[in-house]
Write a protein that binds this ligand. Sequence first.
Ligand code: S3P
Length: 181
Amino acid sequence: MDPRPKSVVLIGMMGAGKSSVGRLLQKRTGWPRFDMDEMIVAQAGLSIPEIFAQHGEPWFRNLETTVLTGLSPSEPSIVVTGGGVVLRPENAAMLKRMGTVVWLEAELEILLERASRRRNRPLLQTENPPATLSKLLETRRPLYAGIADIRIDATRLGHEAVTDLILSELEKGMAPERRVG
Ligand code: S3P
């Protein structure tokens, strides 16, 4: 028996709905929720745009890994990650060990629409945000696929429906990666 608690880890691009679905999962399961971006903001005492502006992305990535390293839930939890967490292999390995990794996907236009609602995505403050997001997605897609146990296309689903799907997949128990939704 694996003694580690099986948590639910949400991965995927910015705008995929990880934070909202994480909150709903917390409500429905009663499990604690750890949102890595929130923890980074709390540790730095700065917003995400301020971190990027004052310290740059490498500093943010170091803090992201530090936060993840310090996160070893002693009970099943909901872990919400930032979209770039999979860029470091050591992060990916830590997430994989935590439990069931759920990859929330959505079509590019939807991601862009949702991620642009608030100006809190420094990586998208470029001249051509659609091209930037598309490039990020291209790089990251294989990394998400590499650690996902469950993959959900949330393009045409509301957050409640995505949450229902995750919970029903969890009830079925672990299975090889499959696409649902
Ligand atoms: C990032 C995504 C953000 C946040 C930071 C970097 C990324 O989190 O961690 O702006 O590299 O995709 P969300 O995925 O919650 O937007």
